[in-house]
Write a protein that binds this ligand. Structure first.
Ligand SMILES: N[C@@H](CCC(=O)N[C@@H](CS)C(=O)NCC(=O)O)C(=O)O
Length: 204
């Protein structure tokens, strides 16, 4: 059995979307970040960085238990365990890895920086504006890419789409201006919105 500890953030939802879309059964444990549940010793024992998401699989590789943090690692783990949403042709793998890393290591941390800047007790507007412009540039670039290809990594739907969606969904909800006026991203986003696995994952 799989246990997922997460919250309704982009990283948390990247992990939950992965499990739902890959069709893996799991128990969901909502971690209350506002109450600091992720800083309790029992949670830090699962992830020394004291962050969600964390996945525990009692039947990992070789039948041995696995504890895993990092939302992109959880996404890859779910894809490999289920055999779903990884590129079939090895020649597509470099583009797939590029898309996966951009979505997980560019977009989500940039969203985190913007979110922290705009929610700071004293907002420093020039800094907030620079960070917002950087995030918008990332989405604008993805809008251009999705004008030339159907999915994040090419013509095949992969977990890179799930990864991009987590950051897109969160930004659209919190700072909609940063993804507005981007028709290709919107076309792709609507297709992702309609996926039943994604819809199940986002119901908290
Ligand atoms: N690189 C990590 C980042 C995880 C992360 O930043 N988690 C945030 C929520 S999205 C968190 O737990 N924040 C609480 C804190 O850092 O105190 C991942 O992809 O999972």
């Amino acid at each position: 059995m799989i246990d997922l500890y997460a919250a309704g953030t982009s990283n948390g939802m990247r992990a939950r979307i992965a499990l739902e879309e890959c069709g893996l059964a799991y128990n969901f444990h909502l971690v209350d970040l506002a109450k600091g549940e992720h800083k309790k010793p029992e949670f830090v024992a699962l992830n020394p960085f004291a962050q969600i998401p964390v996945l525990i699989d009692s039947e990992g590789p070789g039948g041995k238990p696995v504890t895993l943090h990092q939302s992109a690692a959880i996404l890859m783990y779910a894809a490999e365990k289920s055999g779903k949403f990884l590129p079939k042709d090895p020649a597509s793998r470099p583009a797939f890895l590029e898309a996966l890393m951009s979505t997980a290591t560019d977009i989500t941390p940039q969203f985190g920086a913007v979110n922290a800047a705009v929610r700071a007790p004293e907002v420093h507007q020039p800094t907030a504006d620079i960070l917002k412009a950087r995030l918008k540039h990332l989405f604008k670039t993805w809008d251009g890419l999705l004008g030339k290809r159907k999915y994040a990594a090419g013509e095949e739907f992969t977990i890179a789409d799930l990864s991009l969606y987590a950051g897109y969904w969160r930004t659209r909800g919190v700072l909609p201006d940063l993804v507005a006026g981007m028709p290709n991203l919107e076309r792709w986003g609507k297709e992702m919105d309609a996926r039943p696995g994604i819809q199940r994952a986002l119901k908290i």
